[in-house]
Design a protein around this ligand. Sequence first.
Ligand SMILES: [Cu+2]
Length: 132
Amino acid sequence: MPRTPSLLAIAFLVVVLAAGCGSKSKATTASATTSTTSSSGGLVGTVGPGFTITLTNGGSAVKTLAPGTYKMTVNDKAATHNFHLFDPGVNQKTSVQGTGTFVWTVKLEKGSYTYQCDVHFASGMIGHFTVG
Ligand SMILES: [Cu+2]
């Protein structure tokens, strides 16, 4: 007699787990769709509040990009730093004193680009990526 109830319990568990997995994967699909939509908004540059400057695409650091026109969101989180993206053909920056979120449209050509804080690039607040 002890076998029958445990088999039933296992069968019940399998059903519950399967139902749980089904609803979970539905939720995952929905949120994945949402994040794809927002990351297709393009590149995100962030400077501050500490001595950090980053450029990401879909959450990953940008190393290489294909040539083209990109929408780029810049979060300047510090009144002591700025975000400056330049060359070739691009020269966009936020102000050192100012903060805020900015949306730039940048046309990137083949070449090597630099983003930096103009005040602290010598202290390592600088990054590069290649377009080609
Ligand atoms: Cu700085």
